[in-house]
Every structure is written in C-alpha cells, then in structure tokens.
Design a protein around this ligand. Structure first.
Ligand SMILES: Nc1ncnc2c1ncn2[C@@H]1O[C@H](COP(=O)(O)OP(=O)(O)OP(=O)(O)O)[C@@H](O)[C@H]1O
Ligand SMILES: [Mg+2]
Length: 248
C-alpha cells in the first residue's frame, strides 16, 4: 500500500488526534502524550506515552489480525501514527473483566482483586456528556446503537481478544485484570458492514498487574498517583520489545 498523506484535523481526542487522508477510506490517527482521568477532570502531559501506546497497540492489533480478529489498522508510517480503515464507531464500549477492579468494585461492592469465575463482559454507552454509563443489550437495541447480530459479534470477539491478551501479557509477567474495546463498521465500499476492532488497546484502557508484586502497569498509576506514568510505560515497553524506548 502506498502511504496516503495526512490532510485536515477531524477530531481532537484526549489521547489521540484524528486526521483525514488523501484516501477517503483511511484515517490518520496520531497518538499524543496527553493523559486524562475521570472523564478529563485530571490532565497531564506524559512524555513518551503516545509512542509507547501507539507501538503497543500496533503489535497487538497486528497479532489479532493474524489470528482472525479483523482490526482497523492498515499501516504504521511513524512510531506515533496509525493509518486505519475509517469506521463508523459503534457507540457501545465493550469491557472485559477477569478480576474485579475499578467501577465494577465501586458499583457492586466487590473487593478489588477478587478473581471472577469466568470473564465478565460489560457494555457502556459511549457518551462523554453522560460519563459512559453502563447499559445492557436491550438499551443498545432499543436506542438503535447496535443490532442484535452486532452485539453478539462484539461479545464473541471481545472474549477472543481476552484469550489472546491474557496469554500476551502473561509472557511479560503481567495479569490482565480488565480492558476496554471499541468497534466500528467499515465504511469502504469493498468492506461495508464489516465490523472492525478499532481505536486502541493500550495500558490507558487496560489494567495490568505484575504477578506477585501487584505493581500496576496501567493508567491507574496516574489516576491514583501511584508513581510516574512515563517511567511505568517505558518499563512496559522495555519488557514487551526487549529494548529501551530510546535505545542507543
Ligand atoms: N478507525 C477509526 N475511524 C474513525 N474514528 C475512529 C477510528 N478509531 C478510533 N476512532 C475514534 O477516534 C477518537 C480517538 O481519539 P481519543 O481516543 O483521544 O478520543 P477520546 O478523547 O477518548 O474521546 P472519545 O470519548 O470520543 O473516545 C475516538 O473518538 C475514537 O472512537
Ligand atoms: Mg479514547
């Protein structure tokens, strides 16, 4: 594929900027060093975060594609950029949990760290204005956010991603506690209707606990002031890629 050029800025997100490209079916997604928590209330710039997230998400999406979960990633022209198939994002965020933590613990009073007997899949309505509330299939169907077959696919694909990610992080001595996914409907005529795993899989939207020490290798370090997020992400990079981010 010849790399298309970046055109106009289309969306400024909290952690990424989305640009158009000279190919209308592709978007240019730039990962930034912006860190936010509590729906944008807490903010900081964290050096290297964009690059660590872009490179981690790329290797994970490439492996998922190879193992049969189609993703939006088309190419990586630079360390902080993903060129992706443009999708219509399905406004239902999918969270998979293996261990209770975060909003699940808060909502239902399940102690953080409680192992779940099987993976729990939760849907959240993607709405910053409403703080991404928990919803069920019936809400999604009734309000037209997704069709029944799409919800079935989201659940099935999310569980497959969970199996993959548990094994992936296990290799680096990390336990996958939970993670969030976004999916979208491909817009290109030759792929129309196909559901692609979109957005990102990064430690921003995952919980990763080091086996034994329980040290956090995710954005909870920033949310809960547990240490330096940049150092944490650079250490995660070193473990996965076997070299320092700025080697040499
Ligand atoms: N392939 C794609 N095509 C179109 N939009 C995409 C694609 N992949 C991700 N997006 C969207 O691009 C945006 C990425 O920016 P970022 O993750 O920084 O947003 P955010 O601040 O988290 O806001 P949001 O609440 O919209 O997710 C998100 O809105 C995401 O849903
Ligand atoms: Mg986002």
């Amino acid at each position: 594929m010849t790399t298309p050029s970046k055109t106009e800025l289309q969306y400024t997100g909290k952690a990424k900027n989305v640009y158009g490209t000279t190919d209308p079916d592709l978007v240019w997604i730039e990962f930034t060093d912006g860190a936010t928590a509590f729906n944008g209330v807490k903010r900081a710039q964290v050096r290297d975060k964009g690059e660590v997230n872009a490179r981690l998400s790329a290797i994970i999406f490439e492996r998922l594609d190879a193992s049969g979960v189609p993703t939006h990633l088309a190419s990586t022209p630079s360390p902080t950029v993903h060129i992706c198939h443009r999708v219509q994002i399905i406004p239902v965020e999918v969270v998979v949990r293996n261990i209770a933590a975060g909003s699940l613990s808060k909502r239902l009073g399940i102690a953080e760290g409680t192992a779940l007997d099987r993976p729990l899949v939760e849907f959240f309505y993607k709405s910053d204005a409403l703080d991404d509330p928990l919803v069920n299939d019936d809400h999604a169907l009734l309000f037209g956010w997704a069709q029944a077959w799409e919800l079935a696919y989201l659940r099935h694909a999310a569980l497959e991603v969970n199996d993959f990610l548990r094994a992936f992080w296990d290799e680096f001595d990390l336990t996958l506690v939970d993670f969030k996914l976004e999916f979208g409907r491909a817009l290109a005529p030759d792929r129309r209707g196909q559901i692609l795993l979109a957005d990102e899989i990064t430690p921003d939207g995952s919980r990763l606990w080091e086996k034994g020490t329980q040290r956090r290798f995710d954005k909870d370090v920033f949310r809960r002031d547990l240490g330096d997020l940049g150092d944490t992400y650079r250490e995660l990079f070193r473990r996965v890629f076997g070299q320092r981010l700025h080697a040499g």
